[in-house]
Design a protein. Structure first.
Length: 310
């Protein structure tokens, strides 16, 4: 990187050229953002550029003394060690006088200089804190742990997330966009196919979800819309054990298999009986649960789930 792109300059001052790699151009474009996140902790000052590296709280000297150019004082290549003597500050450059108090506030340890990551308590870099700096944050998605959890299946989770956000291509939405003229539910051929009808107000899907709830030892009240059912699962299965995973898997797998069944009916003209769809849900869950290392939870629910008489 030094030889090919920086070419003897300081990293923070180097420019990109037209023929440089895209990666390098992208890294360079993030410099200003990076300068807000890192700082050099001065030990002996030997590896820190006096003018260009960020080692003062106030910012880089080249920016603080922007009316000066280091070339005029012939100190472009100076490191901070040039103004340290016997582990004490020895500010021999008169142009640094405006910054004397900021500089002398820093204690010189005599150790190697070190980069500090400013967004963690201990100064060590962490991907999560970096991600928090670059991302646009939104409100927490209240049902996040119903979608993503240990042993979840990515395809099922994505389908679940899309359905909770009402982003699946259900017929009511396709009709609204003028893509289809058919709005009727592919499972019952009676009602308008909306997200909430498909999961689980439709007789077909309500039956499957009721079977799952029965196995999870939940009250078999009238099945409501998907979001209410997801909230109920989240509330009832809070304790982090096997039943926590089982209940979420049941909901995710049910949504996934009902969506698959609906698609097969529309695109492949194939139909499965609702009992067979439940059978597939049951088998999928057993496979996904097999690799679970969590401590066993309510054994009553677990044994009830594993004993399926069809
Ligand atoms: Zn229906």
């Amino acid at each position: 990187m030094n030889v090919r792109y920086i070419r003897g300059d300081n990293f923070w001052e180097s420019n990109t050229n037209l023929l440089d790699s895209g990666t390098w151009k992208h890294i360079s474009s993030l410099k200003n953002q990076a300068l807000k996140c890192i700082m050099k902790s001065i030990g002996n000052g030997e590896t820190t550029s006096l003018w260009f590296d960020p080692w003062l709280q106030e910012g880089r000297i080249i920016e603080l003394l922007h009316y000066l150019t280091p070339q005029h004082t012939d100190t472009t290549t100076w490191t901070v060690s040039r103004i340290i003597q016997n582990s004490q500050w020895n500010i021999i450059l008169p142009c640094l006088n405006p910054l004397i108090s900021s500089i002398t506030n820093i204690s010189v340890s005599g150790q190697k200089d070190q980069w500090i990551w400013l967004h963690t308590g201990d100064g060590d870099f962490s991907f999560s804190s970096a991600w928090n700096q670059v991302r646009t944050s939104y409100d927490k998605f209240e049902l996040y742990n119903v979608v993503w959890f240990p042993n979840s299946n990515p395809r099922m989770s994505c389908c679940m997330l899309r359905s909770l956000c009402n982003r699946l291509a259900t017929r009511d939405r396709l009709f609204k966009f003028g893509i289809t003229s058919i709005e009727v539910c592919a499972l019952c051929n009676s009602y308008k196919e909306t997200r909430d009808h498909l999961f689980f107000q439709c007789q077909y899907s309500a039956y499957i979800w009721k079977l799952c709830k029965l196995k999870l030892q939940m009250k078999i009240t009238d099945v409501k819309d998907l979001k209410t059912e997801a909230l109920e699962i989240q509330q009832k299965f809070k304790k982090k054990d096997n039943t926590y995973i089982l209940a979420r898997l049941a909901l995710n797998a049910t949504v996934w298999h009902i969506w698959q069944e609906r698609n097969k009916r529309i695109f492949h003209d194939q139909k499965l009986h609702k009992i067979m769809v439940f059978r597939r849900i049951y088998e999928d869950i057993n496979i996904l649960l097999r690799t679970c290392n969590w401590k066993v939870g309510n054994s009553d629910i677990l044994s009830n789930w594993s004993y399926v008489k069809l």
